[in-house]
Design a protein around this ligand. Sequence first.
Ligand code: GUN
Ligand code: ZN
Length: 435
Amino acid sequence: MTTRHALRGAILGFTGDPFLTDRPDATLHVQEDALVVIEDGHVAEVTPWSAARAAGLAVHHYPQALLCPGFIDCHVHYPQTQMIGAQGAQLLDWLDRYTFPAEQAFADPHHAEVVARLFLRELLRNGTTTAAVFCTVHPQSVEAFFAESHRLNTRMIAGKVLMDRNAPAELLDTPERGHNESEALIRRWHGTGRQLYAVTPRFAPTSSPAQLDAAARLWRAHPGTYLQTHLSENLAEIAWVKALFPEARDYLDVYHRAGLTGRRAIFGHAVHLSEAEFACCHATGSALAHCPSSNLFLGSGAFRAFAAKRRDRPVCVGLGTDLGAGTSFSQLQTLGDGYKVAQGLGQALTAAHGFWLATEGGAEALDLSGRIGRIAPGAEADIVVLDLKATPLLDFRLRHAGTWPERLFALMTLGDDRAVRATWVAGRLQHDRDA
Ligand code: GUN
Ligand code: ZN
């Protein structure tokens, strides 16, 4: 039986990629009072509000709000939920001191279930409806994550971390075991409901060349799956990769030679990329996840978003919280950090750029354009309702903002989970702040 209902409110959309024009604000389009008709989990129709069109439909009206496509987090670690804000030096030291110990607890499936539930609930509280998620080396961590995501019907991408060296013995697999366990998870979960699988070698230092080769074989054997890993985040990491793979031209070349670049490959961080590496991303269709909160927290450096999106060879870029090195689940807060990072480089990341990265840009990076990241006919009805009066300060500030670019910019500076009034997932209300 067909189910139909509707949302009413102002809706956000884009007419193009703001990075590819001199007038980014002109790409941002808000339809002030729209009716979004939802049928069987998809957007069926978007029209100006009229009582006649709404006749016979249950309508959820959101005045004083902005309906945005559900936010997309292109790089995040669910097992690190319990160690957000762990203070400690930079990447490699932080991994040894906090990350690897925390991930060992996921040998216990019950622990994995508890954290998966909490993590997905936090994503929805923050308006994030799709994420590319690292689990741990334990298959049961992936099982717990997909089971909960399937229950919520969220469109998630996730995978078992592959590591066969340079980590505690309890967290190591082998090229063959990692391949076989991942393949069993692909068969069980890739394309089950809205779940999608990502082959997930953690990063070059923790995978032998044989494991990177096995990962590439697996990825190519299962069309439509993803490949996610880390790239050029930290200078000590880069020096280590150079020593481990002396034959590679640069860090990305380690992955490229192994067959791990291409459409649906997502590289987290990419802070210290050369022009040759950007060009390789462009040529292969590989995507980058900009993780400003994490890069600030670990002192990794400043991702050059505008260099990545250079108009003569644009690279697909999405936004990543990279929790637990990132310090917030909120894409709004992460954009606030992204703005400040760009300021440090002398570049202006406007609200149009920011909201693009968190919606359409993320969808493009994940090869899901048209399915998520927009509120338009045919798209899956993942929608976040932002409350323009969420806090006294936001209310006061927005009353002094006359245009949508100004309002959206204030939202990415002041907004967080409090600004998320509701989150709709495939047409179902899965988070209602005020319930
Ligand atoms: N590089 C390899 N593993 C990780 C991780 O868990 N977090 C971050 N930020 N970088 C990594
Ligand atoms: Zn990461």
